[in-house]
Write a protein that binds this ligand. Structure first.
Ligand SMILES: Cc1ncc(C[n+]2csc(CCOP(=O)(O)OP(=O)(O)O)c2C)c(N)n1
Ligand SMILES: [Mg+2]
Length: 683
């Protein structure tokens, strides 16, 4: 680096020492990689990242994702040195309760933490989603601008470790990034050849760069400097080339020595995840030319120097602002759209496009969802999505939206700004990419697969919930109702397994009318949601005896009221609500006042005021039967020890779906019989 000075060397030394000190003080953590990568992260934050530490969420910023979240100090030290709202005291509080510096970075954009990372592979895969969202957003706002000239052009920078690239999800995502020619994506791979069990030769020996080239990436190699440190100068050259690359994402293979320059700990697996010990920390400081007695020591002149990145940020921002204002003036309608997207609001009258259906007709909820998506697509240009190769089955294709693919793709209908995403059979990466799109923040994306394969997506679904991202998962083929494909394709335990994830709304509408209403709720609520939809047709329900379908947005509501104060409550979701309604008819004919409650979303229902919840499920009515074609599990919480669950606590079978429902006791008569038995027990 031509402008690299002795102050920069001292800042890097301080960052290395801060990492060692923070872990030593906490007594645990991951010092080695943060020490080794301090020069790389410093170079990125000080010379490459377009950012404004005074305004971390500036929409013109580049994004930085630390995929190897265990090395959180790599990020925290640079945020502190750059002048983000992370202080030296925050570094001293590393890994302690309620600190701004938890063990792994936790999504906090206002402090410069773009994403929660720690589960290896997620960060790099979500970075692919951020890069895709950047292109899509540019298409909405500034499609005619030549490459690199739009205020909406920015770079996504990633640091990833061996573990990130060992995880299969990174290959899924890298394959898509290459195919999509995401030139705005730069991944620095920390090739330190060490993971927890030591030398990566025990588990990771392929030609990684060759693999990325096969995925369509450009690859650059940066060897160690003569002293064994990261070669900042060569890395600067590589990052400059990577940023200028216009046709492909770039992988920078960066050689490093973990824990460098600790005399004993360096190049050991142990330095990955354990405090170095006071003696080794002191010896490291001596090697760095620092005072071995001083902890958390950042000389004033060093800090003043590193904080000057704020001035550079402000200058970059001022230049950006000029281009941005010019764009606003020339594109008033698009500017109004941007303002709405930044605000996260929906356009006036959007709800008017929601389709309706005649009661008595039969529609699979996946088909209803397809219709809703396509209707909303007409008024919400920010809505886009696709499927993991099941677009037609999932009903996730925006008709006429164009395939999101690079301009030189041979696919007819390909457009770099298309609204239809093709993830291929890559559910895991799809989940993480959807999170990346949500993290980018301006558009709304959904992604579909069969509910049974939500298992392949669990890690990103959990992260969506942890970050409270407005990611929408569309999971169709939701029960043994899928039929002949048999137990491999029939979800059983999935509903409760997903409901166990805190903060994830699991939404299983009963019919087409509820499907439209819950989609509206999903768009408004902006929270992580899984829509659970049927493959098979279900009747559009007659609600003359109950509340209208828009009550589905309260999570649960009375879909058919009892003829007198209810003696029995039938609780059902999705395709089983019709069975509960059939059972109600039987029970009412026998003189048993029976209420049917449709419960599309237990999480939304739990958030309703107690009065509403008790009005829907009166506590004194103890005769309760739940009906859901999946594990009983948590239904006991709703039906109580006096109640009964019509459920499936074993795997399904290959047969016609209607036959299976009958065989497994999913009939109105069986539900009515359970209710009679419960009433008899309580009598
Ligand atoms: C999905 C996942 N599996 C396991 C872990 C636990 N873990 C944390 S770091 C790590 C590997 C460390 O090796 P590497 O990725 O090369 O990081 P380095 O030690 O070089 O920083 C493992 C297994 C994890 N965080 N995420
Ligand atoms: Mg490693």
């Amino acid at each position: 680096m031509t402008d690299w000075t002795e102050l920069d060397d001292r800042a890097v030394a301080a960052a290395r020492a801060l990492a060692a000190d923070a872990v030593q003080r906490a007594g645990n953590g991951h010092p080695g990689t943060a020490m080794a990568l301090a020069p790389a992260a410093y170079l990125l934050f000080q010379r490459f990242l377009r950012h404004d530490p005074a305004d971390p969420t500036w929409i013109g910023r580049d994004r930085f994702i630390l995929s190897c979240g265990h090395s959180s100090l790599t990020l925290y030290t640079q945020l502190f040195l750059s002048g983000y709202p992370i202080s030296l005291e925050d570094l001293q509080a590393f890994r302690t309760l309620n600190s701004l510096t938890p063990g792994h970075p936790e999504h906090n954009p206002a402090r410069g933490i773009e994403m929660t990372t720690g589960p290896l592979g997620q960060g790099i895969a979500s970075a692919v989603g951020i890069a895709m969202a950047q292109r899509f957003t540019r298409g909405l706002l500034d499609p005619e601008a030549p490459p690199g000239t739009s205020p909406f052009d920015a770079t996504v920078w990633v640091i990833a470790s061996d573990g990130d690239l060992e995880e299969g999800i990174s290959a899924e995502a890298a394959s898509l990034a290459g195919l999509q020619e995401l030139a705005n994506l730069v991944v620095i791979w920390d090739d330190n050849r060490i993971s927890i069990e030591g030398d990566t030769a025990v588990a990771f020996t392929e030609d990684v760069a060759g693999r990325f080239r096969a995925h369509g990436w450009r690859t650059l190699f940066v060897d160690l400097a003569a002293d064994g440190s990261v070669d900042v100068s060569a890395l600067g050259v590589a990052l400059t080339e990577a940023r200028a690359e216009a046709a492909r994402p770039t992988l920078v293979q960066l050689r490093s020595v973990i824990a460098w320059p600790a005399p004993k700990a360096r190049n050991t697996g142990k330095s990955h995840g354990a405090a170095l010990g006071a003696d080794e920390v002191a010896a490291t400081k001596v090697a760095l030319g620092l005072d071995p007695e001083a902890s958390f020591a950042v000389p004033d002149d060093v800090l003043a120097h590193t904080r000057r990145v704020g001035e550079r940020g402000a200058a970059a921002r001022a230049a950006w602002q000029v281009a941005y204002e010019r764009w606003r003036a020339g594109n008033p309608e698009r500017a109004a759209l941007l303002d709405r997207l930044v605000e996260g609001s929906l356009p006036e009258g959007w709800r008017d496009v929601l389709p309706t259906w005649e009661p008595g007709s039969a529609v699979a909820t996946r088909k209803a969802s397809d219709k809703v998506i396509n209707a909303l697509a007409g008024v919400l240009p920010e809505l886009w999505g696709g499927s993991a190769d099941l677009g037609e089955s999932n009903g996730t294709t925006i008709a006429g939206g164009g395939d999101f693919l690079p301009a030189d793709s041979p696919v007819p209908g390909a457009t770099p700004y298309g609204r239809v995403l093709h993830f291929g059979v890559r559910e895991h990466a799809m989940g993480a990419i959807l999170n990346g799109i949500a993290l980018h923040g301006l558009t709304r994306a959904f992604g579909g697969t069969f509910l049974v394969f939500s298992d392949y997506m669990r890690a990103p679904v959990r992260l969506a919930a942890l970050m409270t991202l407005p990611t929408t998962f569309v999971w169709t083929h939701d029960s043994v109702g899928v039929g002949e494909d048999g137990p491999t394709h029939q979800p059983v335990e999935h509903l409760w397994s997903l409901r166990a994830i805190p903060g994830l709304a699991v939404v299983r509408p009963a019919d087409a009318a509820e499907t439209a209403q819950v989609w509206a709720q999903v768009l408004e609520a902006r929270r992580p949601t899984g829509l659970i939809l049927t493959r098979q047709d279900v009747p559009v329900l007659d609600r003359t005896a109950g509340r209208p379908a828009h009550e589905a947005r309260r999570g649960a509501y009375v879909v058919a009221e009892a003829s007198a104060p209810p003696q029995v409550l039938l609780l059902a979701t999705g395709s089983e609500v019709q069975l509960a309604l059939g059972a109600r008819t039987l029970l009412e004919a026998e003189g048993v006042p029976t209420r049917v409650v449709s419960m599309p979303c237990l999480e939304w229902f739990a958030e309703q005021p107690a009065e509403y919840r008790e009005a829907v499920l009166p506590p004194h009515v103890r005769a309760r039967v739940s009906v859901e074609a999946g594990s009983a599990q948590g239904w006991w919480q709703y039906v109580g020890s006096d109640g009964a669950c019509v459920a499936i606590d074993h795997f399904g079978a290959s047969a016609d779906g209607a036959v299976l429902f009958e065989q497994l006791g999913f009939t109105a008569e069986r539900v009515a019989q359970e209710a009679r038995d419960v009433l008899a027990r309580l009598a």
